[in-house]
Design a protein around this ligand. Sequence first.
Ligand SMILES: Nc1ncnc2c1ncn2[C@@H]1O[C@H](COP(=O)(O)OP(=O)(O)O)[C@@H](O)[C@H]1O
Ligand SMILES: N[C@@H](CCOP(=O)(O)O)C(=O)O
Length: 324
Amino acid sequence: MAVYTQLSAETLAELIAEYDVGELVSAKGIAEGVSNSNWLIETSGSAANGKRFILTMYERRIELEDLPFFLDLLDHLAAHDCPVPRTIHDRSGASSRMLQGKAVALIEFLPGVSVDAPTPAQARSVGRVLAEMHATAMGFSGKRQNSLGPDVSAQVLADCPAQALAAIDPALPGVVEMARDVAQRWPDGLPRSIIHSDLFPDNVLMRGDNVSALIDFYFACNDAMAYDLAVTHAAWSFSSDGRDYRPDVGQALVEGYESTRLLEDDEREAMPLLAQGAALRFISSRAQDWIETPADALVTRKDPMDFVRRLEFYRREGKAVFGS
Ligand SMILES: Nc1ncnc2c1ncn2[C@@H]1O[C@H](COP(=O)(O)OP(=O)(O)O)[C@@H](O)[C@H]1O
Ligand SMILES: N[C@@H](CCOP(=O)(O)O)C(=O)O
């Protein structure tokens, strides 16, 4: 459950009155997600903006100065027919506001469901839409560095006390050295665009086999497109605990991507290492969250070991999986 901040009905009604969306009818806290507080907002509606919205209060891992990048990116992609929610601007034209010392934004609600066990057909659609998003994002002028690249992941893990890592799982301290090794061998010069970098099944809404929305762009940054494909591969192609690789899903995802943009030789060659880096990115943030999240927080902690199993898989099988 991720609602870190309680907002009264009066506060929400005052906030919603700042937008041209009609009056607040209902607000329900959304259980999914771990980073931000989210509410499903229903209003009496307006011709321009409709009746259903998502209100997000930015809580963790987001720098305020990055918000215009994330929100303008959504507007750029939506304006170019990518399936992403557009932002609703307040009456002064701003896409974010401050409330009780934290930034909030209202965005369009898009229909669809997140799948738990994707089919190959769904993975194919996601791959295709990811490549289309990369192409469209090339026209966006905003810039943001990846704040969770391989060096940072390696450092985050190295900064976790070894005992705290071992308390999560005795195998976890051994990953610190692997993270350093991957960071040292990280490839330069792969083709770049703006990447989503967290495209897990819970950040994609689907209707049947089709993608209805990509959401949660709050880790988006300028980086290698093949790394984004590697993150998506790690997130979609395994059972959630990472024990079982699902080759039909992994293959369909890459084929879907390549139906829009063929990987270059150096990208294909780099995929096994990029996938290890992707696994390490989530091992490190999950381990840090596991250690730092207060026991009474209304949030379900995610197990870093789910991605240690993926890391081991990519070290062992990466070349065979990606044909590199
Ligand atoms: N634009 C949207 N349309 C419909 N549902 C959304 C939208 N944005 C978020 N949600 C819902 O809210 C949940 C949490 O949103 P998300 O942005 O992923 O939060 P977090 O950053 O905390 O992970 C999603 O899993 C989805 O159910
Ligand atoms: N996808 C990440 C968690 C990122 O958190 P989110 O709530 O912003 O999606 C993981 O699975 O570790």
